[in-house]
Design a protein. Structure first.
Length: 277
């Protein structure tokens, strides 16, 4: 029988090293990392603060450069790309979701989502049309012309995910995507990431929250810049268990509550002492 063709990993890291500092203060944020990620996997990366999780995500997203080792993206060496080449590949293939949202306050929601299309040379009209279409997918079209500061934390993170998806990337990198959110908003965000995974996207998520690993197909634990464990998930908790949401609580992203202006309170008249005659 002919041998079954092996799939080329979408991401392959070999002996990857990333150093920070100088002289005696130098340390390896990544210390010989070896990792293969296949197309369509949902990876959760965990570990204590300072273990190298975010550095690893930044290297995969080509926001930072390794000092040693090799990084293959779809079988092609990233180190051979020029700075403009890395920017082009990043804008076409990778969407990044930041913990702090990284929305630009002087731009509307629509303009924020359209921003990655600017870098790819798409015309303004087409940029805004495509951004509007993505916002409809996330049930945020009624807030297209809001400013970021007018949104809730959950809405801002959904805008950040919409922005990451506007170029239709195959890889989504998420750094603590629920770190600044309450449990209800966290559930909504994780269900949206899970839906993207079901559609075939490769997702690499950094998290401190062990409950969120129930969404992943594979969990990687890091320690001191190294991969301490790498486990494929075969049995997961239910979604409601994983984020501690009551079973009788209905969640939906289809209808955002309209912003209602608060009614002004009636002024209280101060008690005056009786006038003396």
């Amino acid at each position: 029988m002919p041998k079954k063709a092996t799939q080329t990993p979408v991401i392959e890291l070999t002996d990857l090293v990333k150093c920070y500092g100088q002289g005696n203060a130098e340390f390896n944020a990544l210390d010989g990392v070896n990792l293969k990620i296949d197309k369509g996997e949902f990876i959760a990366i965990m570990g204590p603060s300072g273990c190298g999780k975010t550095t690893l995500l930044n290297v995969i997203g080509m926001l930072d450069h390794p000092d040693d080792g090799t990084f293959l993206l779809d079988g092609k060496p990233v180190e051979r790309l020029t700075s403009s080449g890395r920017a082009r590949v990043r804008s076409e293939q990778i969407g990044i979701v930041f913990q702090s949202f990284n929305l630009i306050n002087r731009l509307t929601v629509l303009e924020n989502v359209a921003l990655p299309l600017t870098y790819s040379g798409t015309g303004r009209t087409k940029r805004l049309e495509k951004a509007s279409s993505v916002l409809k997918t996330f049930h945020l079209h009624e807030r297209e012309y809001y400013m970021p500061w007018q949104l809730s934390g959950g809405q801002m993170q959904r805008v950040a995910i919409a922005r990451a998806l506007v170029n239709e990337p195959s890889i989504i990198l998420a750094d603590e995507p629920t770190g600044n959110l309450d449990s209800r908003s966290s559930h909504v965000i994780m269900e949206e990431l899970s839906d993207l995974h079901r559609k075939g996207n490769t997702i690499v998520m950094v998290t401190h929250n062990p409950n969120l690993t129930s969404y992943a197909s594979r969990v990687i634990n890091m320690l001191d810049g190294k991969i301490a464990s790498d486990t494929k998930i075969t049995v997961s908790l239910t979604r409601t268990e994983s984020v501690k949401i009551p079973l009788n609580r209905k969640l939906t992203v289809a209808k955002d509550a309209p912003v209602k202006p608060k009614k002004p309170r009636a002024k209280r008249t101060s008690k005056k002492s009786k006038a003396t005659s």
